[in-house]
Structures are given as structure tokens and as C-alpha cells.
Design a protein around this ligand. Structure first.
Ligand SMILES: CC(=O)N[C@H]1[C@@H](OP(=O)(O)OP(=O)(O)OC[C@H]2O[C@@H](n3ccc(=O)[nH]c3=O)[C@H](O)[C@@H]2O)O[C@H](CO)[C@@H](O)[C@@H]1O
Length: 374
């Protein structure tokens, strides 16, 4: 593991990580590490429900809300309002950077990272953007232009940026996931049976309605084979609860605040292929059936899933052709071929970068050169 080197004084660091769990949780992981090293951290999140839901379990961290502004289509009438909101958010960011005497700003991705990173860049403060996906989004590519360094979740993304600025750090997992939990304890905690195979179903930080529907039909065929723990997302909780009311082998959670336990309790996972979900699957060494969100920008979730499939850690299936029979067949295959399941688990583990959070913190602590830009 890379060792942190001592810094001259505690730093004031701003982490912009709002908008979605895939940005927020890696941001929380970096904040936890920097705080542990004695630095002061301010996290910028958006006003969205998922941010409030996810951040409420981290009362020891300092969260501030900043307006989340998404880039409208070009050309469109929305551009005028967007320009005004962007200007206001950059001004808000500039004031906040003064208030906390920021030494460095890290954007964890998405368009919510741009205003604080841009404001910091204009003030000559060190700036970073972290991109966790195999195919980086447009917002990150734009933000990267005003960054000192670009921190990458995986090597595959390097050629989308100025390669000289890129440092492959991996994507960090939260402190509570660093140590893998015991399966028995995890099942006790989540009130799940000990003697059944368990399939964890997750649709990213906000749930996935179509995937939930397909899994419920598959679960009807698999009542003998295994149990299911479905994390539905807030919007689909009522519907899934009703549809599975007569299925005692299906367990339903709206939003899971104990993801370390959910992974530990699972034998196999059916999931969307958001980058943080994949990072956690690798860290936990869990085989998966990956179903990329079909409408993700530039189909980036398919790029993520292909990396895992190519390494033998997962199967990838596209939602438009996926049937409940396919899901049931996959589960029968992995549960009857224990060597296959073990090999997929092992391949997932090989993709883990356990020191990602240290690498990021080291970059933040060690770079004291003035910002360099494209
Ligand atoms: C639709 C879309 O564009 N999604 C993007 C979004 O994904 P999204 O926000 O869904 O994030 P990911 O799938 O990357 O990660 C989900 C995170 O939420 C956590 N979690 C989830 C459910 C729950 O109940 N509790 C909980 O804590 C997971 O442990 C994980 O840390 O950002 C990712 C990172 O840029 C991208 O790769 C995804 O493609």
C-alpha cells in the first residue's frame, strides 16, 4: 500500500460529490480518509433526495448543499436559464472557497463538479476531478480542462483525457466496507435466512424498475433454488413490495444503509453497472450478472460492464433482450457449478484496487505545485 507522506499543515479540502450515489459515496470515502489524516473537509452535495438519504448516516462529515445544474441539450431554450444558474453557482462556490480557505478542490464527477472546480481554478487553487467510469462523461472531460490532475478509476479511461495529467488511483470504497463482513453476522443483521443461497439485486443508488420487474419474474421460477434481497430504490418500493407479498423467499429493502452487510450476505449479485457498484463488487469478490442501464450517457454502463465480463468477473446482458428465463438460467448455472462461481468471485477480487482512497489522499497531500492547465 502507498504510504502517505507528511504534509506541512492540515489542508482545507472541498469535495464536490452531489447528484448521485456513484459520486457521493466515493466522495465520502475520500473525506473519511482525509479527515483521518487531520485535514478539514467540506462536501458539496445537491438538493436531490438521494443525496439527503445517503448523507444522513455520516453526521461526522460537513455537508453543504449546492444547486445541481444539468447541461441542457444544445441548441435549446433551456440554455439561457442554465447560463444564469451556472453563473450563480460559480459565484456561490467562489464565496464558499473563501469561507473555508480552500487549499484544494476535488470533483467526484458529473456536472455538479464543474462550478466549484472552475471557481477554484480561477482562484489558482489546486483542482482535481475523479472519473470512475470506463467511458468518462462529457461533464468530466470539460471539468478536466481546468484541473491540476485527473484521477481515474480505471486505466481504460486515460485516453479520453490529457494522458500526462492522469493518475490511475482506482475508485475508493467507504471506510465501513474496507473490512469484509462475516456472512453469518451480515445475514443476522439484515434478518435473512442463514441456510439459503442469496441473490442481491441492486439497481444503482436510485433503483431500477425494469430490472426489478425482470428479477421478480425470475424469482418465481427460482423459489426452490435461492432467496433474493432486492434493493428497490425509493420510487419502486411500494410496487415491488406488493408484487412480492406472496413470495417469502424475496426480501425487499427501499434503500440500504448497510451495503457492506448486503454484499457479505450475498452469494451472487444481479446489478446495474454503475462504477461504484462495480468497484464494490470487486472489493467484495462477488460474481455478478450485469445489466447496464440502457439510457446511461453514451452507454457508459455497458463499457463498465464489458471490463468486468472480459476479466471473467461477470456476465453482461442487455436489458432490451433480457428475459426472466435468462436470469433464472444464469442463477441455476452458477449455483450448480460451484467451480464457476468460485472462479468468477476470484476474478472479481483481482479487479479490486484496495488502496484507491490512500492513493487519492496522497495526491492531494503531496502536490503543492501551482495548478497546470491545458
Ligand atoms: C444512471 C447513471 O448514469 N448512473 C451513473 C451513476 O450511478 P449510481 O449513482 O447509480 O452509482 P453506482 O452504481 O456507481 O453506485 C451506487 C452506490 O450507491 C450505493 N448504494 C446503493 C443502493 C443503496 O440502497 N444503498 C447504497 O449505499 C452503492 O453501495 C454504491 O456505492 O454514477 C456512476 C458513477 O459515475 C455511473 O457509473 C453510473 O452509470
Amino acid at each position: 500500500m502507498t504510504q502517505p507522506s507528511p504534509t506541512r499543515r492540515p489542508l482545507n479540502i472541498v469535495i464536490a460529490c452531489g447528484g448521485t450515489g456513484g459520486h457521493l459515496f466515493p466522495g465520502i470515502a475520500v473525506a473519511q480518509e482525509l479527515k483521518k489524516r487531520g485535514h478539514k473537509v467540506t462536501l458539496l452535495i445537491s438538493q436531490k433526495k438521494v443525496d439527503a438519504q445517503a448523507s444522513k448516516n455520516y453526521g461526522d462529515l460537513d455537508f453543504r448543499v449546492i444547486e445541481a445544474i444539468a447541461m441542457p441539450k444544445i441548441p435549446s431554450l433551456g440554455l439561457l436559464g442554465f447560463g444564469l444558474r451556472l453563473y450563480k453557482t460559480i459565484r456561490f462556490s467562489r464565496n464558499l472557497l473563501d469561507e473555508v480557505s480552500a487549499d484544494a478542490v476535488i470533483g467526484m464527477g458529473g456536472f455538479t463538479s464543474f462550478p466549484p472546480v472552475y471557481a477554484a481554478h480561477r482562484k489558482g487553487i489546486r483542482t482535481y476531478v475523479h472519473d470512475s467510469n470506463a467511458l468518462p462523461g462529457k461533464a468530466n472531460r470539460m471539468t478536466a480542462k481546468c484541473c491540476t490532475n485527473v484521477l481515474l478509476g480505471i486505466e481504460e479511461a486515460r485516453h479520453y483525457f490529457n494522458p500526462a495529467k492522469c493518475i490511475v488511483t482506482g475508485t475508493p470504497v467507504r471506510q465501513e466496507m474496507e473490512v469484509r463482513k462475516d456472512r453469518r453476522e451480515a445475514r443476522e443483521e439484515l434478518n435473512l435466512p442463514q441456510d439459503r443461497r442469496m441473490v442481491l439485486v441492486m439497481g444503482g443508488s436510485q433503483g431500477a424498475r425494469n430490472l426489478n420487474s425482470l428479477v421478480i419474474e425470475a424469482a418465481r421460477q427460482c423459489a426452490e433454488l435461492c432467496d433474493f434481497l432486492i434493493i428497490t430504490g425509493s420510487a419502486d418500493f411500494e410496487r415491488v413490495s406488493q408484487l412480492t407479498a406472496d413470495m417469502p423467499h424475496v426480501h425487499v429493502i427501499e434503500f440500504c444503509s448497510a451495503m457492506a452487510s448486503a454484499y457479505a450476505a450475498a452469494d451472487v449479485v444481479v446489478s446495474r453497472s454503475g462504477a461504484s457498484s462495480l468497484t464494490e463488487l470487486a472489493h467484495m469478490g462477488k460474481a455478478a450478472l450485469l445489466v447496464p442501464y440502457p439510457f446511461a450517457a453514451d452507454d457508459h454502463q455497458a463499457h463498465n460492464a464489458r471490463v468486468f465480463a472480459a476479466h471473467g468477473a461477470a456476465r453482461m446482458m442487455r436489458e432490451n433482450t433480457l428475459t426472466p428465463d435468462d436470469i433464472a438460467a444464469f442463477l441455476k448455472e452458477v449455483f450448480t457449478d460451484s467451480a464457476l462461481l468460485a472462479s468468477m468471485n476470484e476474478c472479481a477480487l483481482r479487479l479490486d484496487m484496495p488502496d484507491a482512497v490512500s492513493r487519492i489522499a496522497n495526491v492531494i497531500e503531496n502536490t503543492d505545485s501551482p495548478a497546470s492547465h491545458d
